[in-house]
Design a protein around this ligand. Structure first.
Ligand SMILES: *[C@@H]1O[C@H](CO)[C@@H](O)[C@H](O)[C@H]1NC(C)=O
Ligand SMILES: *[C@@H]1O[C@H](CO)[C@@H](O)[C@H](O)[C@H]1NC(C)=O
Length: 232
């Protein structure tokens, strides 16, 4: 009889310790601004349909989902739809974190360039897949990422991007994005939220332009209406 009692006490201690620890940890990672890259520097607004995408720059499914999403966001325009992209580097993609960090670094340097680099990573992501980089040192991969980013955006940025990788703050930002995704239950990419509500994860076919229209159109139509009581 005594063994279960001891383990229960122990369990309660652990739970108590966890409860004590979690708030202090989570408050310390709250960023000074909402996480993510706002599309076209438009202010993301709750007066619009707000789409959030969690993307891994070296994930093929993220890549495939981007053109139709971009087309839809451009189609509706900033008064109707806003978009925020968060990085979510998947642990089984070896170079997901370093490429995500490059996006955070570039976003700090010039927010106009972030999506340009994201699209370049999508377009040429094969060179950062696991197999072609398996024999490379982490330093060699880092050099390749820096070379790729500055080659894409302009070699005048090379030293700033290189220093960005030496600045621990950019690593922290990349971790915060990841932790934010975890806190919202993200477990794959691409992963979407509309007005804060999760879109069921689907890793088969990307949502095409018509698919996005089917999601967005009813939300616009209902904007000024009350919910039917049957919803509740
Ligand atoms: C940021 O990038 C844009 C687009 O290339 C450029 O027009 C602008 O001058 C840059 N801003 C700064 C502060 O470098
Ligand atoms: C990596 O190294 C192994 C062992 O030397 C070699 O067999 C393999 O072909 C190399 N792979 C690449 C992608 O260079």
């Amino acid at each position: 009889m005594s063994t279960p009692t001891i383990s229960l006490t122990f369990l309660l201690l652990i739970i108590h310790a966890t409860v004590l620890l979690v708030p202090s940890q989570s408050s310390s990672i709250i960023p000074s601004r909402y996480d993510g890259f706002v599309y076209k520097k438009r202010a993301a607004s709750t007066a619009t349909v707000m789409i959030e995408a969690f993307y891994d720059p070296v994930c093929p499914d993220s890549r495939d989902s981007w053109p139709p999403l971009k087309q839809a966001v451009d189609h509706y325009g900033p008064a109707v739809v806003s978009l925020i992209v968060h990085t979510f580097p998947l642990p089984y993609h070896d170079n997901a974190f370093v490429t995500s960090r490059a996006l955070h670094i570039v976003n700090e340097l010039n927010t106009s360039l972030t999506y340009h680099l994201l699209e370049a990573f999508f377009k040429h992501q094969e060179q950062f897949y696991n197999a072609p980089t398996i024999n490379m040192s982490r330093q060699a991969v880092l050099d390749q990422v820096i070379g790729f980013a500055s080659g894409t955006l302009g070699n005048s940025l090379k030293s700033a991007i290189t220093s960005g990788f030496k600045d621990s703050k950019t690593g922290t930002k990349t971790r915060v994005s990841f932790k934010y995704g975890c806190s919202r239950g993200v477990y794959g990419t691409p992963f979407f939220f509309i007005n804060g509500f999760v879109l069921p994860f689907n890793d088969d076919a990307p949502i095409d332009f018509d698919g996005w229209k089917k999601i967005i159109d009813p939300l616009i139509a209902n904007k000024h209406q009350h919910y039917p009581s049957s919803v509740f």
